[in-house]
Design a protein around this ligand. Sequence first.
Ligand SMILES: [Zn+2]
Length: 318
Amino acid sequence: MVKPAQVLVVAGTHGNERNAPWLLEHWRRQPEALQRHGLDVALVLGNPAAHKVNQRYVERDLNRCFAPELLADSSRNEADLQRARQLLACHGPDAEAPSLVVLDLHSTTSAMGNSLVLYGRRPADLALAAGLQGELGLPIYLHEADASQTGFLVERWPCGLVIEVGPVPQGVIQAQICRQSQLGVEAALAVLAAAQRGRLRLPAELVVHCHLGSLDLPRHPDGSPAACLHPELQHRDWRPLRSGDPVFIDPCGKEIGLALPPDLVGESVCPVFVNEAAYGEKGIALSLTRRECWPVGPDWLLALTDIASQLAQRGAPL
Ligand SMILES: [Zn+2]
């Protein structure tokens, strides 16, 4: 017999993102806060060791540890990679108590507001995102085809996405950020419950911001920053930029314009994760996206319904 599966909610994949873990404690004390849709929800603190020391990670970004070849490499034993293996062993799709859907809760220091992050174009993920966009109007950042950033947590579950909330400084808890996280999780559970009952209706279109690439700060030969983000770009996530628009400024006040590849000159692109505090070490000052409008695919709803039908029921849904 196929085992009924849970929905996994991960808080604190990054140890210095404090809002979702704080909510997690609340949900553990009052589980009914997440039970109104009748789904069996598993709650887990993503990276307890990093959370304990209020750092993003211990040795390696946990949200870059889930590449299959890395997980399988027995010569690699960084603490965060071991935690990734442990999360899969305890809550993965093949675990004793399996989860088939994962909601990975993050916060950003960038002025992106609340958004969803998808990795690739799996139909079930797109359906879940479309349901959430229809419900909450959230923008979607589709991260794909980026060889320098791989191994994201949600990719190892059959369906999953990141709920990204901000802006909030690292290490800081803010009521509004917690509220937005709570709303995002509740809405996702409502979409999954509707899919389980065969009652999910998706909007006709999905608006996605597709990853084009990332820009690093201009740097001196020794690697130190030669310029910083242009003040006109600070806090302007999602707002279209064109080739030549100022993106950096050096200490003498010299502006450095956006240089787009020839195939994008004349187009507008939308910046995301602008000056994100966590991405300095990754050499990312901002990422660029192209806004696209996709008709919702006929296979999306089927894919999500198939997964949702395998989720356990916890009493009758309201
Ligand atoms: Zn994060």
